[in-house]
Design a protein around this ligand. Structure first.
Ligand SMILES: [Fe+2]
Length: 287
């Protein structure tokens, strides 16, 4: 099977490409220490990432490989599901080797090197996320064979891409609980970083596997709901789950819209939906 990998061709990046990286990098590194979880910020600092230039994957891998056994490989853009899962199952993270244009700083048609490297790789330095994404790759290969990809993909979406986690932080009156970003889709987005943690609009609900697997998501705008882990270590329990009985149960029962709140939900913050009402066509979500 073609694995779609290509050389990164680091020397081919233009000065304009590196300048886009610099702008994106400086915005996020100023924001995230207040909004992202400790593990993300630690990963960010441990890696050879800087504002100066788009990272060279070979240099990144010199730190990532001995850290958690992962490596970044270059691909030209989105790859077929089976190829993607196969990479993850073998601890290879496929990253787009191109970067968005200066006129599209906050808009992404498909994941570029900023989303894939800046958004994902810091968390790949964390042993729990490192194991979870590998196991997700294995689960993905199976889900694809048995026709359950839609349901499984929602787990990835609401964790690896758009997950929040509880964290103890030092507030004005001592230690307090805060919600922090670990999802790459949020961490690599200037506008969604603040929105996900601080906006009154979205719901923030405790992560519950079946609930999440029944919940559709938006690919065209900010999320209407974020699911919150008590701790990143919950991801490991999740990865060890035998999904077959879960898929079985998902064959019947409801599917939820992205902005729905259920009586059974553990609601941390109920959103007022203001942003969603003013910005979004109701039909624009995917399974
Ligand atoms: Fe991603």
């Amino acid at each position: 099977m073609d694995d779609y990998t290509i050389p990164q061709h680091w020397a081919h990046y233009s000065a304009a490409d590196h300048a886009v990286w610099k702008t994106l990098f400086e915005r996020q590194t100023a924001l995230l220490p207040q909004l992202a979880c400790r593990e993300f910020v630690e990963g960010m600092h441990a890696l050879p990432l800087s504002a100066d230039a788009i990272p060279d994957f070979a240099a990144l891998n010199e730190v990532l490989m001995p850290g958690t056994g992962w490596q970044v490989v270059a691909v030209p853009g989105l790859v077929p599901d089976e190829v993607f899962f196969n990479h993850l199952a073998n601890r290879r993270f496929p990253s787009g080797n191109f970067i968005r244009g200066a006129d599209q700083l906050d808009y992404l048609q498909e994941p570029d090197v900023f989303h894939d490297v800046f958004g994902h790789v810091p968390m790949l330095m964390h042993p729990v996320m490192a194991d979870f994404i590998q196991l997700y790759g294995q689960a993905g290969l199976r889900a694809q064979r048995i026709g359950k990809l839609t349901e499984l993909a929602r787990v990835y979406w609401y964790t690896v891409e758009f997950g929040l986690v509880k964290e103890q932080v030092q507030g004005a009156s001592g230690a307090e609980e805060a919600l922090r970003i670990y999802g790459a889709g949020i961490a690599s987005s200037f506008t969604e970083s603040g929105f996900a943690v601080q906006s009154p609009s979205p719901h923030r609900i405790g992560f519950e596997l079946e609930r999440v697997m029944r919940t559709r998501y938006r690919i065209d705008d900010f999320q209407e709901c974020y699911f919150v882990l008590d701790s990143l270590s919950d991801l490991l329990d999740l990865a060890r789950i035998d999904f077959d009985p879960v898929y079985e149960r998902l064959n019947s029962g409801p599917t939820y819209a992205p902005g729905e709140v259920l009586l059974s939900d553990k609601v941390f913050q109920r959103g007022d939906g203001g942003y969603a009402r003013s910005h979004k066509p109701v039909s624009a979500c995917v399974e």
